[in-house]
Design a protein around this ligand. Structure first.
Ligand code: 6PG
Length: 252
């Protein structure tokens, strides 16, 4: 068992410090190698863990003009609504760094869930075609860095336990109208896309999540997997945990 290889456990403060450091390194590397950096944001507590990224030294060392920002999921609400993942990211992160607005691919809030999912997939297909987003060998978009949070129930993105969407293997983007976590109508990237990423950062804090973290990292192979247990990558998956979220991991 080498589940602990890519697991870092810190105080919440240091999760933010380490995450900023790692994101800056990824950004430098991808911009050097491919002239762009594609990063996918989640909603929830993830955004507050980006707070060190907007401070020195990163704020000045990162070439923000080469960033392209996407969302792993979005709620079907107006962009200025309190439940909007775009608003959360804008207020806590995007408004503080000079990323060109055209490189911020938010989900269309004028459409219903199904229409918005189609439009987002069309946008991703265009960006794969013109090389802004890399492509995985099986034809799915290969984002440079996917930043994922996880709910207490083990959901990631808007992919919830026992939901039929966990099995989606064709679509890149899907809508969901029966999210157990409100609001009910959402748009989400699918597992084939999430799992095609070059790098996945799992940012999970709080003791309420310790069971799902245990199940994902040390759970029985044969038991039914939580959504988080379906996250896999050809590249690197790194876990950023606080002591609460990690509290079950190191017991026998
Ligand atoms: C959403 C989020 C979601 C989030 C988890 C964890 O839109 O609900 O993108 O997938 O990352 O629910 O949220 P917390 O970190 O706030 O627990």
């Amino acid at each position: 068992e080498n589940w602990f290889k890519n697991v870092e456990v810190f105080t919440k403060e240091h999760v933010a410090v380490l995450l900023a450091h790692d994101i800056a390194q990824h950004s430098n590397r991808f911009i050097r190698e491919r002239g762009a950096f594609t990063v996918v944001l989640s909603g929830g507590s993830l955004i507050k863990y980006l707070r060190k990224l907007v401070e020195l030294p990163h704020a000045e060392s990162i070439d923000w003009s080469k960033w392209h920002v996407f969302w792993v999921d979005e709620r079907v609400v107006p962009k200025d609504h309190l439940e909007s993942n775009y608003k959360l990211a804008y207020d806590g992160f995007l408004s503080k760094v000079p990323i060109p607005p055209v490189n911020i691919y938010s989900i269309d809030d004028a459409l219903e869930a199904d229409g918005a999912a189609d439009v987002y997939e069309t946008t991703l297909r265009r960006l794969v075609k013109n090389g802004v987003i890399a492509t995985s060998p099986n034809g799915f978009p290969k984002f440079d860095l996917m930043l994922l949070g996880m709910g207490q129930d083990g959901h990631v993105a808007s992919l919830f336990p026992r939901h039929s969407l966990l099995k989606e293997d064709q679509k890149w983007v899907s809508f969901i109208k029966d999210s157990p976590k409100p609001p009910s109508d959402r748009i989400t990237l699918t597992f084939p896309v999430i799992n095609s990423s070059s790098n996945i950062a799992m940012v999970v804090t709080g003791a309420g999540k310790n069971n799902a973290v245990f199940s994902a990292l040390r759970g029985d192979e044969k038991s039914d997997k939580l959504p988080v247990g379906l996250v896999s990558s050809e590249g690197e998956i790194k876990w950023y945990l606080d002591i609460g979220a990690a509290s079950k991991l190191f017991k026998d």
